[in-house]
Design a protein around this ligand. Structure first.
Ligand code: NAD
Length: 490
């Protein structure tokens, strides 16, 4: 792929940097703007309009007035717009991948993977849109006929994080469009460019004015508070940290909003003594190092049976030491920069705390000299279960290895967290794998595999990892409400 400065400049010039409101690109009413930086170089990529409360109210007006006609638009028409959106994402795959690498830092090959994964939500929900059936049946007593239909929930507020700038947007926008909802999308301030580029593609695909309104901002509460206080808003779907999710859930109680929360994780990756260790190492590498470890699905704690811990750790160290760290635009790079200096500092603190509590650094151990927010792939062993690295979401390329003696202990260690999003189990005994699935409190389980996200599958967590599911038929149901009409029996 051409990554010359001329190509990148041309791409940044083509990328919208305004708000998208009621079918038009507009400046923020206050005129405010904020800078978007490249985490690999710390250089400014673009200056983007920053929405405030007045823009939020204008977006709410637009979404509310478009709701009725969009909700009544035949599902086939909505599906065709989504399908054209999918096709346009394929046609612009290189541009989207480059923008993601520029603003978020992930290696280009992983950005290309995200275009495939993120684009797939548009195709999957274009196919689901026309299959959102209700039912018609007699009540058991034969006294009534039941007509059960699904209606769009209504205008939605969609808030996305910076770590998967394309997929986190399409995972919400596509089912909302398929269900017939209008929306206000607020991307993360660190990575608004991919979302703005996607918006232009969806407009080209034929979205009517007011259906999708996009409000980048570096003052998120100024946008979300007036929206959450507005009775016309009917739903919030949020992906981000548990702390911000809880805060928004509190605000959402005022108008009793439908709420979907995709929050933080602290995923265990369990390697049993009967695992294929090469498969387990490959799985751990994918589940831990992909996206620089900045994934809610990341394997945060690697739990290995004591009889294979030494061999597993040696093999993982060998594979991790071969990872190339550098700018995501460089050929062959496996690990790009972390998102910002704060992220690097907090990952370093977690490593220091683990070392103070007796962990041994097998590999890496700290940030790499700047410019750019690079952190060396780090492998820790003999990690104390009390270490912060075990209890908190790491969000960096740090793999802590802990050991267990038997299945009960592995299950207890896996469940010893307030989170419950992704988990991974490696064993060649499938009935054991399924048994562990029954016993661990996680919404997702990868059995002998390190990456399982898919547009057709329900993604989401239990406990403090959130509420609701994205993807699959479940993902569409989040944007519909059920109506039952009881009809007198003929
Ligand atoms: P974050 O909570 O800081 O921000 C997420 C979004 O919320 C951003 O758009 C941000 O601008 C916005 N926001 C922040 N404060 C707000 C406020 N007071 N009012 C309204 N909006 C506000 O999270 P992040 O750092 O962007 O993302 C990382 C987190 O996201 C991690 O915890 C990760 O696990 C989680 N995550 C979860 C999933 C999932 O599907 N469960 C997927 C990706 C990321």
């Amino acid at each position: 792929m051409d990554v010359s400065p001329q190509r990148l400049d041309a791409l940044l010039t083509q990328t919208p940097t305004s708000l998208f409101l009621d079918g038009q690109w507009r400046q923020a009413s206050s005129g405010a703007r904020f800078a978007v930086k490249n985490p690999a170089t710390e250089e400014t990529l673009a200056s983007v309009a920053s929405a405030g409360a007045d823009d939020a109210r204008a977006a709410m007006d637009a979404a509310a007035s478009a709701q009725d006609s969009w909700g009544r638009t035949p599902s086939r028409q909505r599906a065709e717009i989504l399908r054209r959106g999918f096709d346009l994402v394929q046609d612009h795959a290189e541009q989207l991948a480059l923008l993601m690498t520029l603003e978020m830092g992930k290696p280009l090959v992983q950005s290309q993977g995200e275009v495939v994964y993120g684009g797939e939500f548009l195709r999957w929900f274009s196919e689901e849109a026309v299959r959102d059936h209700g039912r018609y049946a007699d009540t058991p007593e034969g006294t009534l006929r039941m007509l059960v239909t699904r209606k769009p929930v209504g205008p939605c507020l969609l808030i996305t994080p910076w770590n998967f700038p394309l997929a986190m947007a399409t995972r919400k926008v596509a089912p909302a469009l398929a269900a017939g909802c209008t929306m206000i999308l607020k991307p993360a301030a660190l990575t608004p460019l991919t979302t703005l580029y996607l918006t232009a593609l969806l407009v080209e695909a034929g979205l009517p004015a007011g259906v999708l309104n996009v409000l980048p901002t570096d003052t998120p509460a100024a946008v979300s508070e007036p929206l959450l206080a507005d009775p016309r808003l009917r739903k919030i779907s949020f992906t981000g940290s548990t702390a911000v999710g809880k805060h928004l859930m509190n605000q959402a109680t005022e108008n009793v909003l439908r709420t979907s929360m995709e929050l933080g994780g602290n995923g265990p990756l369990i390697v049993f003594e009967d695992a294929d260790l090469d498969k387990a190492v490959a799985g751990a590498l994918a589940a831990k190092m992909r996206n620089m470890g900045e994934a809610c699905t990341a394997a945060n704690r690697i739990l290995v049976h004591e009889s294979v811990a030494e061999e597993f750790t040696a093999k993982l160290a060998q594979r991790m030491s071969a990872l190339k760290v550098g700018s995501g635009l460089e050929e062959g790079v496996d690990v790009g920069p972390l998102i910002d200096a704060k992220a690097c500092a907090s990952v370093a603190e977690l490593v220091e705390d683990a070392v103070q509590r007796g962990a041994e650094v097998v590999l890496g151990g700290g940030a790499v000299e700047g410019p750019g927010h690079f952190f060396a792939p780090t492998l820790l062993r003999n990690v104390s279960p009390d270490a912060r690295v075990v209890k908190e979401e790491i969000f960096g390329p740090v793999a802590p290895v802990l050991t267990f003696g038997n299945e009960d202990e592995a299950v207890a260690m896996a469940n010893a967290t307030e989170y419950g999003l992704a988990s991974y189990v490696f064993t060649e005994n499938i009935s054991r794998g399924l048994r562990i699935g029954d016993r661990i409190d996680f919404g997702l389980l990868g059995l002998n595999v390190g990456v399982i996200s898919n547009a057709a599958a329900p993604f989401g967590g239990v406990k403090q990892s959130g509420l609701g599911r994205e993807g699959g038929a479940e993902g569409l149901a989040e944007y519909t409400s059920t109506q039952y009409i009881g009809i007198e029996s003929p």
